[in-house]
Design a protein around this ligand. Structure first.
Ligand SMILES: Nc1ncnc2c1ncn2[C@@H]1O[C@H](COP(=O)(O)OP(=O)(O)O)[C@@H](O)[C@H]1O
Ligand SMILES: [Mg+2]
Length: 629
């Protein structure tokens, strides 16, 4: 307690040899009402009431002076404050645990302020009926600090034993915001984010009650969706502000099995309910979400996606049509650029257009492209090789003939279906189904990333070209985002990484919002996570992932961050724009028919259940061969 002694006026020992400041705190505890310590700090010359002269504290004057703090907190009347209306109902007066300090401030620094907690008080609180008081002082819990007539709210980031005081614990805290103290009840009202007045060392620290949390997490009136309960309370609803969350992108992170996909479905369902004329596109690499959105969404997969190949821009064409690397690829790309432009120029739609480029989404015939390649090849002089032409042409022929690529390269897709395609994918109009699920699980893996690139780029380009129209913001949600926007180590310069990074940086100017879902945040491209204004983090088991998320989260959320490895399934920490202050939430249970189909198979049950294997293998082989699903 060396830090303390300099800041507090010298004080006579009270006889039991304990730290004098902690002793004062105990006396305040005996009096049952805060305020005492404050007096002592504010008027150092004032005579200090002595332990052996019990001060007549308001309301509790008749209590006998206790020998030790343990004795005080063991007094049953103090120990279980039970307001008649039940622990979580707003009560007019607060119980003893809520009004008795659990510690005091020892150090205030720009970041990393510290408080001294009294272990005995924490023990007493741990038996309180209010779950919020019960966790008082624990890592991730919230505490109130009295500053004049205001309350400061802070979250506890770390705890460590302080050997200089028996039962003393030093905890690092982060300030979350402040509110006023209600005159008669001492409760916190009018909470706001940020801190205007810092406490001085010695200020008293109290547990935040469920009532306080109700105040703090109450909606400020902006449009929001409720997704779960504020931890650790039994009934306080946790909400996400729709505009703030979607306006600056969001990320949903968590190890496998923590409930990410179900959490994502829950959030999207609630958003769809609140905004039935919305426009949401979900890229679903595992085909999980179709089960969840049969009623409120349009489900697209290879059987009905019908995405015309000519929507691809030049880079995307290269990813699909070119098979070479290095110098050879450059040669091939030059040839493809020339021939593709000629093929597009042949379209009736291109007539009279003076700005046609290889990137223009103008339909062309694949057969036109191959015959142009053929023509060009014929015009070559002896010295030039025809091999690059042959290479491209045979790749195109291969794609045309392969049934797995029909959803994109079918001869049926030559018509000008662009407006129709955009309308159905972006739900314009929504027609009661504001979300489209694009199940890319059946797309051959070598072109999955290009398919995602085309969809993402269309989203962005549509937003740019529709600027003169009424704004219709679009949310693009991407599961397994680390696959599509990988970090430098895994980067392959693919167009999907480029377009998603671009949307992350510029999307919000045009009303395109990004929702990135991943279990590997450390594999995400650098900078993408920090573009996400709202981070929803479920448990992350891996150190690197945790470090990555911490770096992307705002400072005030640090106290919550340290609980990320300890979260239970279906629990998350939310911080950033979408919430007024960081919050730990347990997601609501989502109705079964709204959950994604990600249920893990039960070996124990299924391996006890035989019959019908031969038929099922037969059917599987048939499907496999015909590539039908
Ligand atoms: N909010 C929830 N309501 C109901 N069930 C849930 C919820 N969250 C998770 N689950 C269940 O937990 C399991 C794992 O969830 P899932 O969303 O697939 O995790 P992840 O995508 O992180 O791997 C699933 O069986 C799912 O049904
Ligand atoms: Mg999942």
């Amino acid at each position: 307690m060396t830090e303390m002694s300099g800041k507090f006026p010298p004080e006579k020992q009270t006889g039991d040899g304990d730290d004098p400041s902690l002793d004062r705190l105990r006396r305040a505890a005996q009096r049952g009402r805060p305020g005492h310590l404050e007096e002592a700090v504010a008027r150092p010359e004032a005579p200090q009431p002595r332990r052996d002269q019990p001060a007549a504290g308001p309301g509790q004057a008749s209590r006998p002076s206790a020998e030790t703090l343990e004795a005080v907190v063991a007094a049953p009347a103090d120990r279980k404050p039970r307001p008649a209306s039940g622990p979580e109902k707003a009560s007019s007066s607060l119980g003893a645990n809520a009004t008795t300090p659990i510690g005091k401030v020892v150090e205030i620094a720009g970041s990393g302020s510290r408080i001294l907690l009294d272990l005995n008080r924490l023990h007493a609180c741990s038996e309180d009926d209010d779950p919020s008081i019960m966790l008082a002082g624990q890592v991730g819990s919230q505490v109130k600090i009295r500053v004049g007539k205001n309350w400061l709210l802070a979250s506890v980031r770390t705890q460590k034993q302080d050997d200089s005081v028996a039962g003393g614990i030093v905890a690092a805290i982060d300030f979350l915001g402040e509110g006023n103290e209600e005159r008669l009840t001492g409760r916190l009202t009018g909470f706001r984010r940020g801190v205007t007045t810092y406490p001085v060392p010695g200020s008293e620290v109290f547990p935040a009650t469920s009532d306080d949390l109700r105040q703090i997490y109450a909606s400020d009136g902006r449009a929001n969706v409720q997704i779960g309960k504020v931890f650790p309370t039994k009934d306080i609803r946790a909400g996400l502000y729709i505009d703030a969350m979607l306006g600056k992108h969001f990320a949903l992170l968590g190890s496998t099995g923590t409930g990410k996909s179900t959490g994502a479905a829950l959030i999207l369902h609630r958003i769809c309910q609140a905004a039935p004329e919305g426009h949401i596109v979900m890229i679903d690499p595992h085909g999980e979400y179709s089960a969840a959105f049969r009623q409120t969404g349009m489900i697209f997969d290879v059987s009905n996606l019908q995405m015309p190949y000519w929507l691809m821009n030049f880079d995307e064409h290269c990813e699909v049509f070119l098979t070479t690397r290095g110098n050879e690829r450059q040669t091939d790309a030059d040839i493809l650029a020339r021939c593709l432009l000629k093929a597009r120029q042949k379209s009736r739609l291109a007539e009279g257009m003076n700005k046609l480029t290889v990137d223009s989404p103008i339909p062309y015939l694949l057969s036109d492209l191959t015959s142009i390649l053929q023509d060009e090849m014929g015009k070559l002089d002896k010295a030039s090789s025809s091999i690059p032409y042959m290479r491209i042409k045979s790749k195109i022929d291969e794609l045309k003939a392969d049934p797995r690529y029909q959803f994109m390269f079918s001869g049926m897709l030559v018509g000008d279906t662009m407006a129709e395609f955009i309308g159905k994918i972006f739900r314009l109009p929504a027609e009661g189904k504001p979300i489209s699920i694009v199940d890319v699980s059946g797309v051959p893996s070598d072109i999955t990333s290009t398919v995602v690139a085309v969809l993402s780029r269309l989203t962005f380009d549509y937003a740019i070209w529709s600027r003169d129209e009424k704004t219709r913001p679009i949310l693009l949600v991407c599961e397994e985002a680390h696959r599509y926007v990988p970090n430098e180590k895994n980067a392959d310069g693919s167009s999907v990484g480029n377009i998603l990074s671009r949307i992350a940086k510029e999307g919000r100017k045009y009303g395109v919002s990004l929702g990135l879902i991943t279990q590997r945040p450390s594999d995400l491209a650098e900078g993408v996570l920090s573009q996400c204004g709202t981070i929803i983090s479920m448990r992350l088991n891996n150190d690197r992932d945790q470090a990555f998320v911490k770096a992307a989260m705002p400072e005030g959320a640090r106290g919550f961050l340290d609980s990320i490895p300890a979260l239970r399934n279906r629990e998350c920490i939310i911080c950033g724009e979408g919430v007024s202050i960081p919050v730990r939430v347990s997601f609501d249970t989502l109705e079964e028919h709204k959950r994604p189909a990600s249920e893990d198979p039960s070996f124990a049950a299924l391996w006890n259940d035989g019959g019908g294997e031969e038929e099922s293998v037969g059917r599987t082989v048939a499907r496999w061969r015909s590539q039908g699903r």
